[in-house]
Write a protein that binds this ligand. Structure first.
Ligand SMILES: [Zn+2]
Length: 224
């Protein structure tokens, strides 16, 4: 049934949302993507997203969310604030309510293009403390958006309950392992692909990939 419908993917050009983009292309008749320009420390992130969307033939809308910089001071938008993640505290990359805002704007855009399906790569498993990445929040927002716009949105979160290793497996199952590995930008230091190897994002990404490659190496018969 979903094959007849249209979806909008919240897309950053990173591993998670690129995997979601491949997932959505399998699930829906038509897929668009939306990227948010909020004054990211690395402008390359936007260019990376544009390049991937163009290569996959996916229409991409870049929305100006530079107002986020007026609302908050953090390491993603302020180059003078270092990236730190202390145990039990929110990482310094946190933009309060960011996913809430992004999903809400994506919903307005989606309704405008006749899409009731929204896809986001948020995940509770590698939970960094972002409250608006949690499943309860997404379900709550789904209801709110439906009431706000009198529409039957369905927010899809294919990564919600899987870890980074399983996200690599999903990309592989979608035939996109090499593409995701080589073309996406996760690194906080702005290095596409395997990244700098030192920042928290690179460490998480690499640990997941190595864990997945070990299971893959264990034999194809283990794979579904
Ligand atoms: Zn890095």
């Amino acid at each position: 049934m979903l094959k007849d419908e249209k979806a909008v993917v919240v897309f950053s050009g990173g591993q998670d949302s690129t995997t979601c983009l491949f997932w959505a292309r399998e699930q829906f008749r038509e897929v668009e993507a939306v990227t948010f320009d909020y004054g990211q420390r690395h402008r390359l992130e936007i260019e990376c997203a544009k390049g991937i969307a163009a290569e996959l033939g996916v229409k991409l809308t870049v929305l100006d969310m530079s107002l986020l910089g007026q609302l908050t001071q953090n390491a993603l938008t302020r180059s003078d604030i270092p990236i730190v993640h202390e145990e039990g505290a929110l990482p310094s990359t946190f933009v309060e309510g960011r996913n809430h805002l992004f999903l809400s704007f994506a919903a307005v855009l989606a309704k405008g293009v006749g899409a009731r399906h929204l896809v986001t790569g948020v995940c509770e498993t590698d939970f960094s403390g972002y409250p608006d990445c949690r499943d309860a929040f997404v379900k709550s927002l789904n209801v709110t958006l439906n009431l706000a716009m009198d529409y039957e949105f369905v927010i899809h979160t294919p990564l919600m309950w899987i870890d980074k290793a399983q996200t690599w497996k999903l990309a592989d199952d979608l035939g996109a392992f090499d593409f995701v590995r080589e073309r996406t930008l996760t690194c906080y230091n702005g290095i596409i692909g395997d990244g700098c190897g030192e920042c928290p994002a690179c460490k998480l990404r690499r640990a997941g990939m190595e864990a997945y490659l070990q299971t893959r190496g264990a034999g194809k018969e283990d794979r579904r």
